[in-house]
Design a protein around this ligand. Structure first.
Ligand SMILES: Nc1ncnc2c1ncn2[C@@H]1O[C@H](COP(=O)(O)OP(=O)(O)OP(=O)(O)O)[C@@H](O)[C@H]1O
Ligand SMILES: CC(=O)N[C@H]1[C@@H]2OC[C@@H](O2)[C@@H](O)[C@@H]1O[C@H](C)C(=O)O
Length: 378
């Protein structure tokens, strides 16, 4: 029988708000025991640094290039992750020997699937040295080398979770992550990886975040309070939904720069926030039309589930389509930790040489494994 391993997954997503950590015991197949999770927010200085890194990274033409101060940012990001791992272990009363492997996502600073170019800053060997734990990192590269779009990678973890969906939940159930960007996973009737159908579905919170920050200096619309005071501006919604991304072409994954917030002054702060919350929900429904079957239940994870206006807009649109929207917690999962859990699971799959991606997830030619191992010297 294949053994279980303990892993910590680390996710610094496109919202660039902080580091999610999760502890998982798994065989990298269908056995998954979810453990505790933790979150370490970035301070304003770091968030500003990652934003500058996105601009600097536009110069990159080959994924190993680190123009300007990107190498320094990579080191700072890695050390922030090492500190987060140490504080997580300290809280759990564990030492590094209790963990077999870390799954390290790093920070995406550039994603151009059409040019087979995806760049995550994050120094795996440095993280292994700092923590004393083996690290699997750079999990998107091998997929791209085999014709995939390098994202999304979470679907194979959704497939493992789908094996344990609660009774009474109407199928098909589709996982939706509403992070900076949103993405969908249809796991198929049997929850088998070969039946997976997954792709990015549109802007998640990133437009709302940028809109709120430009007007108020705050990082996001906490509790959807600003959006709740506004109204939907249909002409603005139409402009977003007319994007060729929604017309069923071949793009399965998005970059932060693929959608931009409205120009300041185009509409009021409140109407902008409300309209963008509607766009987030409408984009999911629109992209959901390309799944093999219509969703009956949408299981929402990611920070967007904490924005009641996004959730209300989504629930209303889903109801018109005969479906229900529930937060991941209502299905027994942790909607905040799911991506970090996935990175722990993927790291174990990588060690096992199991595929991370499939034709139905990233468009890769055939199922491929991925990730690079940086061994710790213990
Ligand atoms: N209490 C809240 N009220 C409203 N919105 C919230 C709340 N908490 C988090 N969010 C939103 O969720 C975002 C963070 O979501 P999440 O951590 O899932 O994104 P991510 O993992 O960085 O992105 P991705 O999944 O695209 O990589 C925040 O930037 C904010 O927009
Ligand atoms: C290139 C990149 O970092 N993509 C992210 C982003 O954030 C959400 C969506 O776009 C998803 O495709 C992906 O992250 C998740 C964790 C994934 O790969 O499954």
């Amino acid at each position: 029988m294949t053994g279980m391993r303990t892993a910590i997954g680390l996710m610094s997503g496109t919202s660039m708000d902080g580091i999610d950590l999760a502890f998982v015991r798994t065989d990298g197949r269908d056995r998954v025991e979810r453990g505790p999770s933790h979150y370490v927010p970035y301070d304003e200085g770091l968030r500003a640094r990652w934003k500058r890194a996105l601009a600097t990274a536009r110069k990159i033409t080959e994924r190993r290039q680190r123009p300007g101060d990107l190498a320094e940012s990579e080191r700072i990001l890695t050390l922030a992750h090492a500190a987060a791992v140490k504080s997580f272990l300290y809280r759990l009363g564990l030492g590094p020997e209790a963990v077999d492997v870390i799954g390290f996502h790093g920070q995406t600073v550039l994603h151009r699937p059409d040019e087979a170019l995806t760049v995550q800053i994050g120094d795996g060997p440095l993280l292994a040295e700092e923590t004393g734990i083996d690290v699997v990192y750079d999990m998107r590269a091998n997929d791209m080398a085999h014709g995939g779009q390098g994202a999304p990678l979470i679907p194979v973890y959704h497939a493992a979770l789908a094996a344990n969906l609660p009774e009474g939940l109407e199928r098909p159930a589709v996982f939706v992550n509403i992070g900076g960007i949103s993405n969908l996973t249809y796991t198929g009737q049997a929850g088998r990886a070969e039946e997976l159908s997954a792709f990015d579905s549109g802007p998640g919170n990133m437009l709302i975040d940028q809109w709120i920050e430009a007007h108020t200096g705050k990082a996001f619309d906490k509790g959807g309070k600003t959006a709740a005071r506004g109204r939907v501006v249909p002409a603005l919604v139409a402009r977003y939904l007319e994007s060729p991304f929604f017309s069923g072409n071949i793009r399965r994954s998005l970059d932060r720069g693929d959608f931009l917030p409205p120009k300041k002054g185009a509409v009021s702060l409140e109407d902008g926030a409300r309209t963008l919350a509607h766009v987030t929900a409408a984009a999911i429904l629109k992209s959901g039309g390309y799944l093999p079957e219509k969703a009956k239940t949408w299981i929402v994870c990611g920070g967007g589930r904490l924005n009641p206006v996004i959730m209300a807009e989504f629930a209303a649109l889903a109801e018109q389509a005969g479906a229900k929207v529930i937060a991941a917690e209502a299905a027994g999962f942790d909607g905040g930790a799911m991506e970090a859990e996935a990175w722990a699971y993927l790291a174990v799959r990588s060690l096992e040489g199991l595929p991370l991606t499939f034709p139905g997830t990233t468009g890769v030619r055939e199922p491929v494994t991925g990730g690079v191992l940086a061994a710790a010297s213990r």
